[in-house]
Design a protein around this ligand. Structure first.
Ligand SMILES: NC(=O)c1ccc[n+]([C@@H]2O[C@H](COP(=O)([O-])OP(=O)(O)OC[C@H]3O[C@@H](n4cnc5c(N)ncnc54)[C@H](OP(=O)(O)O)[C@@H]3O)[C@@H](O)[C@H]2O)c1
Ligand SMILES: *[C@@H]1O[C@H](CO)[C@@H](O)[C@H](O)[C@H]1NC(C)=O
Ligand SMILES: CC(=O)N[C@H]1CO[C@H](CO)[C@@H](O)[C@@H]1O
Length: 312
């Protein structure tokens, strides 16, 4: 009798909860995928400026937006690498018509040149619809032993460069009452770990700038998306500065095991399409660290002190 009752209960559960729930969730997932795909269509013909497009995440973003029919402007210091990315894009077989990618040299640390860069984009493309502040550099080293130059250069490239470019595109976006500024920050824009002070500080600055910008731009119909990646498999640790400002030149294990840049770029593109205010794309551990920092800070501080390399 008891067993029969239990069986009935299981039956009842599947019939009235299990099956409807599964069908509901699946339908929702399918519908949101369809709506995302439809929303992606608006990227067709949009001018998308991507800094740091010569490598890693920026290069993958260039592929993702190009594929949606956007006119991508590829910007970074190494022109030959940008030309390679352009060739790779044009070698792609696409279903829809594509827009010729534009290659423009840009050194983010050269603040005097940023306005000039943007007016060149206007001359070639007419407007900027989406600016993606992605170009950046990391470092490895303690506060004690890192040269002041390292702190300054990272702030110039990661923070002031993005501020300058953003300021340069705003007047026209405000005039047109349309535009979108995207920042590729980092989980380290939300938490700081030892031996990355300069990098974390530059990304925290970026987050604060983005929050102020979002508030100020709402009235002008300009959207701001702050993206914070965890570990992505790119050349970031190879290109990082060491304590004296030379190339670190080591592929970190955590970076090598990170998400692929292509996967990350697709997720980021969807976040831009949805006009998210912020988006954390990360493995579980960095997300957990963000949680600890906010809700049990002393535990986080203790863990980080254990992580710090012992220096003398
Ligand atoms: N990979 C990760 O795990 C990770 C995690 C969180 C956040 N991020 C962020 O993602 C962004 C892209 O990094 P990535 O991982 O793709 O690394 P990457 O492969 O080293 O790419 C960095 C890009 O930034 C450009 N860049 C560096 N200095 C520049 C300067 N002075 N002026 C203009 N462009 C400059 C580089 O181009 P040139 O050398 O040709 O100038 C390159 O295209 C960075 O902002 C990084 O902080 C990465
Ligand atoms: C940084 O790298 C340079 C070039 O590889 C090397 O000569 C220097 O010793 C390194 N500095 C530190 C502090 O590791
Ligand atoms: C230019 C642009 O994309 N503006 C959008 C920003 O986000 C709001 C919703 O939050 C939209 O209504 C705007 O069209």
């Amino acid at each position: 009798m008891k067993i029969l009752n239990d069986l009935n209960l299981v039956n009842w559960y599947f019939k009235y909860i299990g099956i409807p729930l599964t069908v509901g969730v699946a339908t929702y997932a399918i519908l949101s995928q369809i709506s995302l795909r439809r929303k992606r269509a608006y990227l067709n013909g949009k001018v998308v400026v991507i800094t740091g497009a010569s490598s890693g995440i920026g290069e993958a973003l260039a592929h993702a937006f190009y594929q949606e029919g956007s006119k991508v402007v590829l910007a970074a210091r190494r022109k030959s690498e940008l030309e390679r990315v352009k060739r790779d894009l044009q070698a792609k077989k696409l279903e829809k018509p594509s827009q010729e990618p534009i290659v423009l040299e840009l050194d983010l640390a050269n603040l005097d040149q940023l306005e000039n860069f943007v007016s060149n984009v206007y001359k070639i493309c007419g407007n900027v619809d989406i600016l993606i502040n992605n170009g950046g550099v990391s470092h490895r080293g303690s506060i004690l032993h890192s040269k002041m130059e390292v702190f300054k250069n990272i702030m110039y490239i990661n923070y002031f460069g993005s501020v300058g470019l953003t300021k340069a595109v705003l007047p026209r976006m405000i005039e047109r009452k349309s535009g979108h500024i995207v920042f590729i920050s980092s989980v380290q824009g939300l938490i700081a770990i030892p031996d990355r002070a300069a990098y974390a500080a530059s990304k925290h600055a970026m987050q604060a700038f983005g929050d102020s910008l979002r508030a100020e731009m709402k009235q002008h119909n300009i959207n701001v998306t702050m993206i914070s990646p965890g570990y992505i498999k790119t050349a970031i640790s190879l290109n990082a500065f060491n304590e004296s400002g030379s190339n670190h030149g080591v592929m970190d294990k955590s970076t090598a095991e990170g998400f692929s840049a292509e996967y990350a770029a697709q997720q980021m593109l969807d976040s831009v399409v949805k006009k998210d205010n912020e988006f954390v794309i990360s493995q579980l551990l960095p997300k957990f660290a963000i949680f600890l920092r906010h809700f049990v800070p002393n535990v986080y501080f203790w863990l980080m002190s254990k992580r710090a390399v012992k220096t003398n």
